[in-house]
Design a binder for this molecule. Structure first.
Ligand code: SF4
Ligand code: SF4
Length: 483
C-alpha cells in the first residue's frame, strides 16, 4: 500500500524509536485528550474488569474460562472441553485467526488499538500511572534528563514499585486462568516457604510483564508482535486504517496570522499528532507498520481543527482509496473468500459441537488376559473401561453389548462418574461360541444412561478359532458314526 503523500519513503527504512546508531529513542507521548480516548478508556475498563473478574465467575458450577493444564481440561463459558475435544479447540482457534484476518482486511488494526491486552495495559494502565507520577510527555522528558534529586528518586522508585506490583497482579491473574481461583487463593494465603518453586516461577513471570511494560513497551508491537508484522500482507488499499487525508492536508504549512485558511492544505504542521503517538511515528507519512491504531492522533488533530474552526477528520478512520479516489468501503473478493472460509469453519464447529458426546469412553482389553471358554459354550473376555463425564452432573452409566449378541457385565460397583470426573472399571463380555466367526471378532459396546445411548465404542473380542471348532465337531461326529 503506497499511500504516502511524501514522495520519499526513506522513513520506512528505519524504526522511529531507534536512532542511526541502533540506540533506543525513548518515546514520551503527550497524554491524548478527546472523545476517542474517553471511549477507549471505557472499553478498556470493561475489558480489564472482565480479565480480572472472569476467573471468579462460575457458570453452572464451572469456571467461566480456565485452561486447566494440570487436569487437561478447558472451560469455555462454563462448558468443559477435554483433550478428546481438542479438534474443536483447534478449529475454533483457526476460525478466530481467519476472523482476525477478515477483520484486518476490512478494518485494519482496530483490534490493536481497542482490544489488544498489550495496548490496553500499556496505554490505559501503566502509561496513566506514569502521567500521574511524572507528569505529561514533555515533563517526563525533562525529568528523565534532569539530575538525580530526592524528588526524582521518590517518583521513579514509586513508579517502578507500582509497575512491579501490577505485573505481579497480572501474573497471578493469568495463573488463576490455569490453576483456578481456589487453588490460587490457597497458595497465596499459605506460607511462601511452602511454595518456593511456584513463587520463584511467579516472580520470573511477573518480571517478564514488568520488563515489557516498564521498558520494552511499544517495541513489543513493532519488533515482536507477529500480527503487526503481517499487516503488509493483510492490508490493501480498501482496508480502513487510521489515515491522514493528504489530499486535504497537503501541502502542509503553518497558518498565516490573520488568515482564515492555511496557505495551502489544512495541515498546519503543528505536530500535535506526532507528539501524542505512543510509537513515535508521523502518521502523515502514510500507513506504517508501527501504527497500532490507538486513535490518539485523531483526537489530537481534531482538537487542532476545532481550534482553527475547521471541520474535523483530517486524520480519521479511512481507506487509502476513500481518500485518494473518494471510494466508499467495498466488500472485496478477498473479503468474500475470507468470509466463505470463516462460515465453513463456524458451520464445522457447530456440527462437531452438536455431535459432541456427554461422555468420552476408552475401552481396552485387560493386559495379559486370555479368553475363557465356559462349560456352557460361552466365551468370556475381560476389559478395562475408562469413562470421562463431560457434564456438570453425576452420571450413572451402564454398558450394553450391541453386537454381536451377548452380554457385557461391569465387575464390582456400578459405574457412577462424578461431574467432570473420570471413572475406571473392569467389565466382562460374554458371547456364545456359536456367535463367533473368527478368532478375533469386532464388537460394539453402547454406553447408556437412563436407557439413552450416550456413546458407542468399538473393540475386539478373542475366542477359539471357529475353523478348528468345526474340524473337531466333524471329527467327533465321524468317530461316533464309526462306533
Ligand atoms: S495534528 Fe493535524 S494539523 Fe497538526 S500536524 Fe498533525 S495532521 Fe497536521
Ligand atoms: S499514528 Fe496515530 S493511531 Fe497510529 S500509533 Fe500513532 S497515534 Fe496511534
Amino acid at each position: 500500500m503506497s499511500d504516502s503523500p511524501d514522495k520519499s519513503d526513506a522513513f520506512r527504512d528505519s524504526l522511529a524509536t531507534i536512532d542511526q546508531r541502533g540506540h533506543r529513542k525513548w518515546v514520551y507521548p503527550t497524554q491524548p485528550v478527546g472523545p476517542l480516548y474517553r471511549w477507549r478508556t471505557a472499553v478498556a475498563m470493561v475489558l480489564l474488569t472482565f480479565l480480572f473478574g472472569a476467573p471468579f465467575i462460575r457458570v453452572g458450577g464451572n469456571p467461566l474460562l480456565q485452561i486447566d493444564l494440570l487436569n487437561r481440561k478447558f472451560f469455555i463459558f462454563g462448558a468443559v472441553f477435554w483433550p478428546q475435544d481438542f479438534y474443536i479447540f483447534v478449529l475454533s482457534t483457526i476460525a478466530l485467526v481467519v476472523l482476525i484476518i477478515l477483520f484486518t482486511a476490512a478494518f485494519g488494526r482496530l483490534f490493536c488499538g481497542w482490544i489488544c491486552p498489550q495496548t490496553i495495559f500499556m496505554e490505559m494502565v501503566f502509561r496513566r500511572i506514569e502521567y500521574w507520577l511524572e507528569g505529561n510527555g514533555p515533563r517526563q522528558r525533562e525529568l528523565a534528563h534532569s539530575p538525580w534529586t530526592a524528588n526524582k528518586l521518590v517518583r521513579k522508585t514509586a513508579k517502578q514499585a507500582i509497575f512491579f506490583g501490577l505485573s505481579f497482579l497480572i501474573g497471578n491473574t493469568f495463573l488463576a486462568y490455569i490453576i483456578g481461583t481456589k487453588q490460587l487463593l490457597a497458595i497465596v494465603t499459605d506460607s511462601p516457604l511452602n511454595h518456593l518453586t511456584g513463587l520463584t516461577a511467579m516472580l520470573l513471570f511477573s518480571g517478564a510483564f514488568y520488563f515489557v511494560f516498564a521498558w520494552f513497551r511499544e517495541q513489543a508491537c513493532t519488533l515482536v508482535c507477529p500480527y503487526g508484522r503481517l499487516q503488509s500482507v493483510l492490508l490493501d488499499n480498501n482496508s480502513v486504517v487510521i489515515a491522514y487525508d493528504f489530499k486535504r492536508g497537503e501541502p502542509r504549512g503553518p497558518v498565516m496570522r490573520g488568515r482564515e485558511r492555511a496557505p495551502n492544505g489544512d495541515c498546519i504542521d503543528c505536530l500535535a499528532c506526532v507528539r501524542v503517538c505512543p510509537t513515535g511515528i508521523d502518521i502523515r507519512n502514510g500507513t506504517q507498520l508501527e501504527c497500532v491504531n490507538c486513535t490518539a492522533c485523531i483526537d489530537a488533530c481534531n482538537r487542532v481543527m476545532a481550534r482553527m474552526k475547521w471541520r474535523p477528520g483530517l486524520i480519521r478512520y479511512a481507506s487509502y482509496n476513500s481518500i485518494a479516489l473518494g471510494q466508499k468501503l467495498r466488500f472485496t473478493p478477498r473479503m468474500g473468500i475470507y468470509t466463505a472460509v470463516l462460515l465453513i469453519l463456524v458451520a464445522s464447529i457447530g456440527f462437531f459441537m452438536s455431535q459432541r458426546s456427554q461422555v468420552e469412553t476408552t475401552i481396552l482389553r485387560t493386559t495379559g488376559s486370555l479368553y475363557q471358554l465356559l462349560d456352557n459354550g460361552v466365551v468370556r473376555n475381560l476389559y478395562t473401561v475408562s469413562i470421562a463425564n463431560k457434564t456438570s452432573d453425576t452420571m450413572k452409566l451402564d454398558l450394553r453389548l450391541k453386537s454381536p449378541a451377548g452380554q457385557a457385565t461391569v465387575v464390582g460397583p456400578a459405574l457412577v462418574v462424578p461431574p467432570q470426573g473420570l471413572k475406571e472399571s473392569i467389565f466382562t463380555v460374554e458371547i456364545p461360541r456359536t456367535n463367533l466367526f473368527a478368532a478375533n471378532s469386532g464388537i460394539v459396546i453402547d454406553v447408556i444412561s437412563d436407557g439413552k445411548v450416550l456413546d458407542e465404542v468399538r473393540s475386539t473380542f478373542d475366542g477359539p478359532d471357529p475353523r478348528k471348532h468345526e474340524e473337531q465337531k466333524e471329527h467327533e461326529e465321524h468317530e461316533s458314526k464309526e462306533k
